[in-house]
Design a protein around this ligand. Structure first.
Ligand SMILES: Cc1ncc(COP(=O)(O)O)c(C=O)c1O
Length: 392
C-alpha cells in the first residue's frame, strides 16, 4: 500500500462531509444546480463585511515596506495587540499581545495547542456530537480522544465527564456554539466543567488544560451574551478564527489566546510559538494579519443567520422533526426519523437534499444541516425534507 494503513482507515472514518460534497456535484450534473439542495457544508455563502473590502483596498494602495517578509512566529505585533484589546473589552482581563499567537485558522490553532501540550498517549476529552477533525488532530500529536456523552439537549452529561477524566487527561476540549448542534454552553455549564476539571486535577495531582474551540463565538442569537472560559480555570486556552465571523475560511486566519492568569504562561507561550513554527506553518499569512487589525469588533450580519435559523427551525418543526433550538453557529442537528441516520440520508438524497449523518460527528440517530446558505437553497430543500420524513 503506497500510503499508511492508518490514513486509509482515517480517510474512511472522516469522509462523510467530503462524500456528500462529491455526491452533490454528481447530483447537480444530473439534475441541474437549481434542483439540488446541498445542506451538507459549513462554507458560508455570505461575503465578508464591507469593512474588510475597505481594508483590502487601503492596503493595496498603501503597501507597507517589508509586509510580505517572514515575521516573528507568533505573528504581527499590531494584530496581536488589536486582538488583545478586543479580548480585554470582552472579558475585563489583562491580555497583552504576548498572550496571542496568530495561526492558520482554528484548525491550525488546535494542532498547535495539541502539539504543545500532549505527551504520547495523553488523552483529550471531547463532547459528542463533535467536530470530527478533533480525533485526527489529537492523533497527529500522539493523543487519544475520550468522548463524553450529551444529555437530551446536547449539553454535557456531567457524570460522563466525571468518568472520562483520568490520570492521562491533558485537555478538556469544548466547542460552543457547537458544530453540529448550534448549542451554546452557559456560564453555569462552563463553571461546572471547570469545577470537575479542578477536582480531577487534585485527585490525580495533574495539570489539565481547559481548551475552547470557538470559531462561532460571535455568531450568537437571541441577544445572548457569550461567556468566556477564562474566568473559570487558570489553565484555559482559546483556539479560534475569522473563518465564520468575518466569512474568511479560505484565508486561513485564526489565533490562540492564553489566559493571562496562567502561572506557567511563559513556557506555554514559548511552546505554542515553537510549534507554530515547527509544524511548518511558520507564521499565519501576513497580508490577512494586516487586514484584520481594524476588524476586531466587526462581524458579518448575524441577523441574517438568525432569520435563516428561524426559517429552518419553523419549517422542520412543522414537518414533525424534533430539533434542539440552536442559539449560535449555523447548523441544526435534528433527530433522524429513521433510527438509521445513514439510511435516512439516502432517503433525503433521493429527494435531491444533501445532509450529513450524525455518525459523521460521533453521534448516530441524528443528521446535520447547515443553513449558512442562500435562502433559495433553504426554501428549495423543504419539500424534499418533508417527503423524506413521510417516507421514513
Ligand atoms: C467546530 C470547528 N472547529 C474548528 C473548525 C476549523 O475552522 P478553521 O476553518 O478556522 O480552521 C471548524 C470549521 O468548520 C469547526 O466547525
Amino acid at each position: 500500500m503506497p500510503i499508511s494503513n492508518k490514513i486509509i482507515d482515517f480517510m474512511d472514518k472522516g469522509s462523510w462531509i467530503r462524500k456528500m460534497f462529491e455526491e452533490g456535484i454528481a447530483l447537480k450534473k444530473q439534475f441541474g444546480e437549481e434542483n439540488v439542495f446541498d445542506l451538507s457544508l459549513g462554507n458560508p455563502v455570505m461575503e465578508p463585511p464591507e469593512e474588510f473590502f475597505d481594508e483590502l483596498k487601503y492596503i493595496a494602495s498603501n503597501p507597507i515596506k517589508g509586509m510580505h517578509r517572514y515575521m516573528p512566529n507568533a505573528g504581527l505585533e499590531v494584530t496581536r495587540q488589536s486582538i488583545a484589546n478586543e479580548l480585554n473589552k470582552e472579558t475585563n482581563l489583562n491580555f497583552s499581545s504576548n498572550h496571542i499567537v496568530m495561526t492558520c485558522g482554528a484548525g491550525g490553532a488546535l494542532n498547535v495547542v495539541m502539539k504543545t501540550l500532549l505527551n504520547q498517549g495523553d488523552e483529550v476529552v471531547i463532547f459528542a456530537p463533535f467536530f470530527v477533525e478533533y480525533q485526527f488532530y489529537a492523533d497527529n500529536h500522539g493523543g487519544i480522544c475520550r468522548v463524553v456523552q450529551p444529555d437530551e439537549n446536547f449539553l454535557p452529561d456531567f457524570e460522563s465527564l466525571y468518568d472520562a477524566i483520568n490520570e492521562k487527561t491533558k485537555i478538556v476540549l469544548i466547542n460552543s456554539p457547537n458544530n453540529p448542534t448550534g448549542v451554546m454552553y452557559s456560564k453555569e455549564i462552563l463553571e461546572k466543567i471547570a469545577k470537575i476539571i479542578s477536582e480531577k486535577e487534585k485527585q490525580f495531582d495533574s495539570e489539565i488544560f481547559f481548551v475552547s474551540d470557538e470559531p462561532y463565538r460571535k455568531i450568537v442569537f437571541d441577544g445572548l451574551e457569550y461567556p468566556h472560559i477564562f474566568q473559570f480555570h487558570p489553565r484555559s486556552i482559546v483556539a479560534t478564527s475569522h473563518s465564520k465571523d468575518l466569512a474568511l475560511p479560505g484565508e486561513r486566519i485564526g489565533y490562540i489566546a492564553v489566559n493571562p492568569d496562567d502561572l506557567n504562561q511563559d513556557i506555554l507561550i514559548d511552546g505554542l510559538v515553537f510549534c507554530n513554527r515547527t509544524l511548518g506553518f511558520v507564521n499565519a499569512p501576513a497580508l490577512i494579519q494586516y487586514l484584520i487589525v481594524n476588524l476586531q469588533s466587526i462581524t458579518i450580519d448575524i441577523r441574517k443567520y438568525q432569520e435563516k435559523r428561524d426559517f429552518m427551525f419553523r419549517e422542520l418543526s412543522l414537518i414533525g422533526y424534533e430539533t434542539v433550538l440552536p442559539h449560535g453557529a449555523f447548523y441544526m442537528f435534528p433527530k433522524s426519523p429513521n433510527k438509521n441516520d445513514v439510511e435516512f440520508i439516502e432517503t433525503l438524497k433521493e429527494q435531491n437534499v444533501l445532509a450529513v449523518p450524525g455518525r459523521g460527528f460521533g453521534f448516530s440517530g441524528h443528521f446535520r444541516i447547515s443553513y449558512c446558505l442562500e435562502d433559495s437553497t433553504l426554501e428549495g430543500s423543504i419539500p424534499g425534507l418533508k417527503a423524506a420524513f413521510e417516507h421514513s
